[in-house]
Every structure is written in structure tokens, then in C-alpha cells.
Design a protein around this ligand. Sequence first.
Ligand SMILES: [Zn+2]
Length: 212
Amino acid sequence: MQVTSASVTTLIEEFAKLPGVGPKTAQRLTFFILRSPSDQARRLAEAIVRVKENVIQCSTCFNTTETDPCPICANPQRDRSIICVVEEPLDVLALEKTGVFRGLYHVLHGALSPIEGIGPRDLRIDELVARVRSQGAPDGLDAPGEAEPVREVILATNPNTEGEYTAAYIAPLLARPNLTITRLARGLPTGGDLEYADEGTLSRALEGRREM
Ligand SMILES: [Zn+2]
């Protein structure tokens, strides 16, 4: 059987561009799709298109969302006085799964990496500084209706070289009286990604967070 049709080759090549997918897996996925019912293949294709068309970034926290503000920023039950800073939207998912954190998030969309040429301008750092600054100093003089002041920022960047460097870079930019800057507790696998930590480890890391 001739299986090297242009369509098959194209799909294999496209799958092989995905993170963690090697040529073998790309072939396996392609032949899985070939054997699947047409409507299943169509649903997959439509889901891919839809995610690109409908998903935007929240203008407050920069998490991926279909509404602006995102459901977390828009939720009146969330504690506005505490912001958890993470590298990627997947980290928000991981932290939300623990159910421990009730504050808001700020997604940087990466970590500082001089080696890879990723500098402060490539991340949402200015936006974080402006956000923390605009959510007034907790001096007790805030006008009624003004946004609740930020009292704590958790720098929950990954426990690897880039993540530590990013946290160390951001902390002095945010420093002001009555603002506690914390880092997740040790215990997360060093060098690992937040998104791969299990819920129990992540909950303990959150609860045991320490001041920087
Ligand atoms: Zn948001």
C-alpha cells in the first residue's frame, strides 16, 4: 500500500513540530487520525482553529482566556490583595487544581534567560509593576471603591536557574512598605516546572511560602 501521499506526509510533519512529539509519534498520530471516524477528525481540527480564534490574553493578568477580564480576575470571591506571579498559563491551571490559592494571578509568559536572549521587555514585567503600583499602597487612606491594595506578591516562577533569576530581578522592582514578597517553599523538584508538580507538593509549596 502506498502511504506516502502528500496529505499524510504533511500531517506527519505538522505533528512532528509539536513539543514532545518525535517522528515516530507523529506517524502514529497521523495513522490514528486516518483510522478515526471523519467527525472525530473534524472536531479535532475545529478545536485547534477555535483555540487560535477565540483565545485572547486577559488585559489584567495576561492569562489565556475567552473573555476579558478572565473568569478569575472577574470573580468577586477572589482575594484581590494577593497576586501569584507565574511563568505560563499552564502554571495557573496547576495551581488552580490545588484549590488552595484564592488570590489573583499574573502570567509573565516566560522567564528571563540571557542565554536565550529573553529580557525583561519580552515578559509582562512592566505590566506587573504597574499593576501592583496602581492597586494603591495599603496606607488605610484608600478612597471607597478604589481597588483593594496588594499586600502580597508570590513570585511562583519555576524552581530552576531562569525562574530564580526572574524572581530575583522582579522582587526589587516591586518592593515597597507593607508589601510582602514571597517565593514558594522548597520541596518542588529543583530544575523542574511548576506545571509538572503534583497537587500535594504544590499545595505544600504554597502554604509554606517564605518571604524573599
Ligand atoms: Zn485575568
